[in-house]
Ligand binder design. Structure first.
Ligand code: MRU
Length: 360
């Protein structure tokens, strides 16, 4: 995607330094954060400088490559084992993170005998990022077929290019369709508490000149009941074997409402998000984050000075589960780089593919 005419990915690595578009500053400032060690990259994942399952996966792959580069030869595997543990402890829900750490570890392990574990780790991390871009592009081509002319599409959170290295998962079909002249309109639900929809998806759509409006999270049901939503497309952070999906908290309510009003509900995600070792969504670990994300909002004031303000009753506690699980029965289809599947109805070869298997 282009920002002020310059093409960017969300995450990349140069000279051993992981570079990330700082998503905590968007849409108010565009800045690149440099992470010089695997610890710094892990901290950036934890603080959501980089976020969104496939982008987290790419960052985790590069963090593993950094660890291989840092490790002393005498203690290489113990050093990298500890680094992997640290990286995997950052965000528990997104399957892509574990997919990436496992891939880099396995590929480097098999190259060790040849004395090229570290270079293989870097090559594997790059391949994962490139594969993610290719998968997003395919999801766009495949998914645009489900978007009718002049459709009003509702999306939740940010499953855009910021969340995916490039193009997006939920937004890839929208960009692809709009790029071919479809006058699609997007309802962007704000996605409290961190407002990924209001901040990031809206910024992306504005950048891409796609018609859109931000709505409060709790306005979605109303719009659906009035026939103002033709289609819902969200991303996914982990997809279980039976087709249940974990996605940003608030997705479940949208899926139930869509079902009630007969509106198709699609999730879009690459195969690296699938976890066929988990039989149903009941087994997906749900991340809980700090109460502060509910208590405070931050951004620049009218003079451009960053402020953090409390928006809740000062004495009241909060609870901040950051994902929910949408049962397969509410999902019309899952858009992947291999095609659109009914949840749980996967082609046999997909079930057998290492990409779709979770070998822990
Ligand atoms: O907590 P985040 O911002 O990393 O949330 C993950 C997401 O971006 C969404 O749940 C998204 O829809 C799936 S990842 C493309």
């Amino acid at each position: 995607m282009r920002v002020n005419g310059t093409p960017y990915r969300t995450v990349w690595m140069s000279n051993g330094i992981v570079q990330l578009i700082d998503q905590n500053l968007l849409p108010f400032e565009f800045a690149i954060k440099e992470c010089r060690t695997h610890q710094a990259t892990a901290a950036a994942i934890e603080r959501m400088t980089v976020r969104g399952a496939p982008a987290i996966g790419a960052a985790a792959g590069f963090a593993m490559a950094q660890a291989f580069g840092e490790a002393p030869q005498s203690d290489l595997w113990e050093y990298v084992r500890q680094a992997r543990e640290r990286i995997e402890a950052t965000r528990p829900t997104a399957r892509d993170l574990f997919f990436a750490t496992e891939r880099v570890w396995n590929e480097a392990r098999s190259a060790w005998d040849r004395g090229c574990a570290a270079t293989t780790a870097v090559e594997t991390a790059w391949r994962l990022a490139d594969d993610s871009v290719a998968a997003s592009r395919r999801m766009g081509e495949i998914g645009r077929k489900i978007i009718p002319e002049n459709a009003r599409v509702l999306t939740h959170c940010n499953a855009g290019w910021l969340a995916n290295v490039d193009y997006g998962s939920a937004t890839a079909p929208i960009y692809s369709s709009a790029g071919r002249g479809n006058r699609v309109h997007v309802w962007v639900s704000e996605t409290r508490p961190r407002s990924q929809g209001a901040r990031l998806t809206a910024w992306e759509l504005q950048n891409e000149r796609v018609s859109h409006q931000i709505i409060a999270d709790n306005a979605a049901g109303h719009l659906m009941s009035r026939g103002e939503v033709d289609l819902v497309i969200t991303g996914a952070d982990r997809i279980a074997k039976n087709g249940d999906i974990a996605n940003k908290v608030g997705t479940l309510e949208k899926a139930i409402c869509a079902n009630e009003f007969g509106i198709p509900f699609f999730a879009a995600a690459p195969l690296s998000t699938f976890d066929f070792a988990i039989s149903s969504g009941d087994h997906i670990p749900i991340e809980h984050r700090s109460e502060d994300e509910v208590f405070f909002q931050s951004g620049p004031d009218e003079e451009g000075v960053w402020r953090k303000i409390r928006v809740t009753s000062p004495e009241s506690p909060a609870l901040n589960p950051t994902f929910d699980v949408t049962p397969a029965r509410y999902i019309t289809g899952i858009i992947t780089e291999r095609g659109i599947f009914r949840p749980g109805e996967w082609p046999a070869d997909l079930l057998a593919e290492p990409a779709a298997q979770n070998q822990r």
